[in-house]
Structure formats: C-alpha cells, structure tokens
Design a protein around this ligand. Structure first.
Ligand SMILES: [Zn+2]
Length: 87
C-alpha cells in the first residue's frame, strides 16, 4: 500500500496527535490572569476586579477578593454517581 504522506512517520503522527490532545485539553482549562498557571483541582481561585487569579497571585496582590470558587475536576457535574436507595 502506497503511503499518502511519505515524509510523515509514525513518530510524527504520534507527536501531532499528542500535541492536538494537549492543546484541546488546555483550551478549556482555567488559567490565572497573572501568572498563566492552570490551577490545580481542589485549589481556590479568586475574582479580583475583572481578573481571576490563583491562590499564589492573590497572596502576592494582597487584596481581598470579591469572590472565590473551588476548582473542580473536569468530570464534576457530568459524571454518574450512585445515590442512596430510597427506603
Ligand atoms: Zn497565578
């Protein structure tokens, strides 16, 4: 069978697929407005003015945030959970 792209190796294809997956995953993630870091699951992020900053940058700013929220796992709210059986 003739190769459609003779210069493209399996390693190239793996790298491209990995890069595509990483970019797609990072595209939907929250990022700190100050440092650009993606907050960890379970970490609190804070609304300071128009910016949403991580815990480290909030401490560096030294201001009281207008609001704070917990970073959930990507499956939060869409995963299936067992509920207690009704008596
Ligand atoms: Zn930050």
């Amino acid at each position: 069978m003739a190769r459609l792209f003779p210069a493209l190796t399996e390693a190239d294809l793996e790298r491209r697929l990995l890069r595509k997956g990483v970019d797609a995953r990072a595209g939907g993630a929250d990022q700190c407005s100050d440092c650009g870091r993606t907050p960890l699951i379970g970490e609190h992020v804070h609304r300071v003015g128009e910016a949403e900053v991580c815990e480290l940058c909030r401490a560096r700013r030294g201001v009281t945030p207008a609001a704070s929220r917990l970073v959930h796992h990507v499956e939060h709210g869409v995963s299936v959970r067992m509920l207690p059986r009704a008596a």
